[in-house]
Design a binder for this molecule. Structure first.
Ligand code: ZN
Ligand code: ZN
Length: 383
């Protein structure tokens, strides 16, 4: 893979503004609709900018030479500038559809000087979707396979996307001669810019059904409720997203399908907490166990484990159970379980226990309250 910094012609320490300036200049130069434009080069530039303009992705790229979320394969480096953001998903408690968060619109308005081209249909990659999935603490630690239901625009199940009533034929569109696009050259201050617009007659498909499909009214796509099985990897944490390539909405006019992002919500555990790869818990031990040492049982994500308490353990001491923590995502490494013990001071002492403790205190020469208040003495006299 070519170096993104080289592609944009900036140095590794370039500021966000420098990157943006370099991108604009290059995007301007290589825009495929311009004379001498270069589609491949333009995509490269966009891909580089998509990563380097995003602080999080840039850090990942600097460190690993790649980003975990590779830019998609759709037109224009996977960015989806014309996605329809306005549609929400009311019935299922999902988040709004979202795209990669890449800010494309303003760049286009800069280049063309007249806003985004809604008609540029060949760029209409399917919309990315995002949904929230709630999983348990242990499911997050060990991973889980879940069935999810989502509402999305997908290929019509009756006509399989061609828009024709089953058993009827398609004919070539007379207006665009099967191209699906109508090309037009505009004179602008930047010179002649050719724009392709979707053929209104056939909606960009190049073919027209003789009889339209009743289910999708000839559109070839229909909003449907889909059930799919998703795999949540072990070690995922609250708020992290899993990307499921190609499970977003279907692309427009045969272009790439969007992706589905599953944002994970982890339900809190009653006794275990998590800090990165570490599992944290607390356990009480008695005064005697602390002083004399003991073996106690501790609950871990792998079930109960015996833990040794050495004699003379202080309250607040943290013990480490190695490799009983959270597995690291995409790795064999596993974190530890850290157990904080606290010593419980006995509250209700029997007469015998009190005598023994008093003798211990005397042995140490420590001054202790003998425990009998004036009131106790007076009360004693009347019993
Ligand atoms: Zn249909
Ligand atoms: Zn047409």
């Amino acid at each position: 893979m070519a170096d993104y910094y080289d592609i944009l012609g900036v140095h590794k320490g370039a500021s966000a503004e420098e990157i943006r300036r370099a991108y604009r200049k290059l995007a301007h130069e290589h825009h495929p609709d311009k004379t001498g434009g270069d589609d491949k080069k333009f995509r490269e530039i966009n891909q580089a900018y998509q990563v380097l303009s995003d602080e999080g992705k840039r850090v990942q790229y600097d460190r690993f030479g790649t980003t975990f979320e590779q830019p998609g394969s759709g037109g224009f480096g996977g960015a989806d500038p014309f996605a329809d953001f306005t549609r929400g998903f009311s019935g299922f408690g999902f988040g709004n559809g979202s795209n990669s968060g890449f800010d494309f619109g303003d760049i286009f308005s800069d280049i063309f000087g007249f806003g985004t081209q809604q008609e540029g249909s060949r760029r209409e990659r399917g919309v990315d979707l995002e949904m929230v999935l709630e999983i348990s603490f242990l499911e997050a630690v060990f991973g889980v396979e879940k069935e999810v239901k989502l509402q999305k625009r997908d290929v019509c199940p009756v006509c399989r996307g061609n828009g024709a009533k089953p058993g009827t034929k398609l004919r070539t569109c007379g207006k665009c001669h099967g191209q699906g696009q109508i090309r037009r050259v505009q004179r602008t201050i930047l010179g002649n810019i050719a724009t392709s617009t979707t053929c209104a007659e056939c909606g960009g498909r190049g073919k027209i059904p003789e009889q339209t499909c009743d289910t999708c009214e000839g559109k070839g796509v229909k909003v449907q409720i889909k059930t799919l099985s998703v795999i949540i990897p072990p070690g995922i944490d609250d708020g992290q997203r899993v990307r499921i390539t190609g499970q977003g909405e279907v692309g427009y006019h045969g272009s790439a399908t969007g992706d589905l992002y599953i944002k994970v919500r982890v339900v809190a555990h009653a006794t275990l907490k998590r800090d990165g790869l570490s599992i944290l818990s607390e356990t009480p031990i008695s005064f005697y166990q602390a002083a004399l040492g003991s073996r106690i049982e501790v609950q871990t994500v792998d079930g109960p484990v015996e833990m040794k308490i050495p004699a003379g353990t202080q309250s607040g001491k943290i013990f480490r159970l190695r490799a009983k923590g959270v597995p690291e995502l995409n790795s064999r490494h596993r974190g530890d379980h850290l157990v904080t013990v606290y010593v419980v001071t006995p509250t209700k002492l029997s007469k015998k226990e009190r005598e023994i403790l008093q003798r211990l205190a005397e042995e140490k020469g420590e001054l202790v309250d003998v425990g009998e208040s004036v009131w106790d003495k007076i009360k004693g006299q009347f019993e």
